[in-house]
Write a protein that binds this ligand. Structure first.
Ligand code: G16
Length: 538
């Protein structure tokens, strides 16, 4: 039976960079998740009888909310839901399922790389029929609905058994429980030359993949160890756990330390990779070589034609504004456009749909292509493996050869986490107030607040971060994170282009030292936030 439950709005249900993310206890309030889910449905039109894909990264509260989404989808008139077994789907696999099965859209339960567990973070995001994160016009509509919601619809049916693959009914709606990996694994085999990677493995090449106790464990086991034949044990932390086994599933040098310590010093595996909570981010390392996400994007783009899925070449490259300009140099050489978008994968959707870009990437450990409409951690790992199998060089040799050919974009991100919101806003205001006076000082030639005009739908997105551009091509960028759940996180991105190969081996923080000092002094971060140093440097 369908019930209409009276409710009142909650404050602050505003989707951020990627969906609504809050602490678990916030989501556990009575009606909280239901209000947001109903607001999603109320912002959409024409889904009666259609298919909705549902899954999540397995974090704490995933199992409960999956059942709520199923009941509410049935009550709101969806014809079918496709749910990953045990309620699990990685974000890229959900994107692929939506596309492959022509679903109306999907609901993905994840707070991505944020910690999980009873006191950790939870999140809900909506993906549209193209498989991509809902564009701003939908997220704005959802937020508007959350402010006036008065009731939601839900069935009183029991929990659906999600442990085994099969088909059942909730009211008139069909529930199809699907294997979370198989469709995705088939897609990867179309894009990459698995035989060539098998030959690489046969030659003694070894890797470690750290699933960080999160969603990519089953994908890594099935694809890397199962289909490709890497030895058992290649996948570390491969069982998805509600609290990620205490890991902070953010694949960077700080949180993937176990992997970094295994691979970087040498004497161990040739290649190391990690993915995040929901499987869309990636970390790539080799012996003695950390590949920055910005470099990884540039290198994959430059080598794309070595892989079957991209052998025909790229139509264009897209990167988020704070991502380094390394990819721009590759695009220039290939004679293809390079688009600069605001932070957030949703901004790549139109370019991909219109066939204007093939490969996209962000400094925040995201890389992907037109195969889905999300960034894709394992895709990046497999593409690296395919390139390594073709070039038969080490990760470090490939990266250094790239720098020799294109020059090196030294790059670092300094995060000031959990800063008081007022203090973080005052840093941004101080920068905005100086925009007209900074050019002419410190070698700065231009300063602006980044705005993006979408070349496809001509929408304009403003206030996307402060850019300070220097005469030698260096940049300092400031923006506030849109994914945090406590206080504000100030992100400062620092970049310097170095064409001289004899200077490519300088340590990154050293190479950027003068810019780093400026990045702190120009908006007087210490005085405004009380922080004399960032909390995380990547
Ligand atoms: C999300 C988005 C990414 C974006 C990142 C930035 O990543 O999907 O496109 O680059 O947030 O986050 P922030 O606003 O904190 O800098 P994810 O992996 O958390 O979904």
């Amino acid at each position: 039976m369908i019930h209409t439950i009276a409710t009142t709005p909650f404050e602050g249900q505003k989707p951020g960079t990627s969906g609504l993310r809050k602490k678990v206890p916030v989501f556990q309030q009575r009606h909280y998740a239901e209000n947001f889910i109903q607001s999603i449905f109320d912002s959409l039109e024409g889904f009666q009888g259609q298919t909705l894909v549902i899954g999540g990264d397995g974090r704490y509260y995933n199992a409960e909310v999956v059942q709520t989404v199923i009941r509410m989808a049935a009550a709101n008139g969806f014809g079918r839901v496709m749910v990953g077994r045990n309620g699990l789907l990685s974000t890229p696999a959900a994107s692929h399922l939506i596309r492959r099965h022509r679903a109306f859209g999907g609901i993905v339960l994840s707070a991505s790389h944020n910690p999980g567990g009873p006191d950790g973070d939870f999140g809900i995001k909506y993906n549209a029929a193209n498989g991509g994160p809902a564009p701003e016009k939908i997220t704005d509509a959802i937020f508007a609905k959350t402010k006036s919601i008065a009731s939601y619809k839900i069935t009183d049916t029991p929990d659906v058994d999600l442990n085994s693959i099969g088909i059942s009914k909730v009211g008139n709606m069909t529930v199809e429980v699907v294997d979370p990996v198989s469709d995705y694994a088939a897609l990867m085999q179309q894009l990459f030359d698995f035989d060539q990677i098998r030959a690489l493995i046969k030659s003694g090449f070894r890797m470690k993949f750290d699933a960080m106790g999160a969603i990519t464990g089953p994908y890594g086991h099935a694809i890397l160890e199962g289909i490709l034949g890497f030895p058992a044990g290649t996948v570390m932390n491969g069982t998805p756990l509600p609290d990620f086994g205490g890991h902070h599933p953010d694949p960077n040098l700080v949180h993937a330390k176990e992997l970094v310590d295994l691979v970087m010093p040498g004497g161990g595996p040739d290649f190391g990779a990690a993915s995040d909570g929901d499987g869309d981010r990636n970390l790539i390392i080799g012996r003695g070589m950390y590949v920055t996400p910005s470099d990884s994007l540039a290198i994959l783009a430059a080598n794309a034609t070595l892989t079957p899925g991209y052998a025909g070449g790229l139509s264009g490259i897209a990167r988020s504004m704070p991502t380094s300009a390394a990819a721009d140099r590759v695009a220039a050489k290939l004679g293809i456009p390079c688009y600069e978008t605001p932070t957030g994968w949703k901004f790549f959707g139109n370019l991909l749909d219109a066939g204007m870009a093939t490969i996209c990437g962000e400094e925040s450990f995201g890389t992907g292509s037109n195969h889905v409409r999300e960034k894709d951690g394992l895709w990046a790992v497999l593409m690296w493996l395919n390139v390594l199998a073709r070039r038969r060089q080490s990760v470090a040799d490939i990266v250094k050869a790239h720098w020799r050919e294109y020059g090196r974009n030294f790059y670092s991100r300094h995060d000031y986490e959990e800063v008081e919101t007022d203090a973080a806003n005052s840093v941004m205001k101080a920068l905005r107030d100086q925009l007209s006076t900074l050019p002419g000082q410190h070698g700065i030639i231009a300063a602006d607040d980044f705005a993006y005009d979408d070349p496809v739908d001509h929408s304009r997105t403003t206030a996307q971060g402060i850019r300070l551009m220097f005469e030698d091509g260096s940049r300092i960028v400031y923006r506030l994170s849109g994914t945090g759940t406590a206080g504000a996180t100030l992100r400062v991105y620092i970049e310097r282009y170095e064409p001289d190969a004899s200077r490519h081996d300088i340590e990154t923080q050293e190479a950027l030292a003068d810019l780093i000092a400026l990045s702190r002094s120009i908006p007087d971060i210490a005085r405004r936030t009380g922080r004399t140093a960032p909390s995380v440097i990547t």
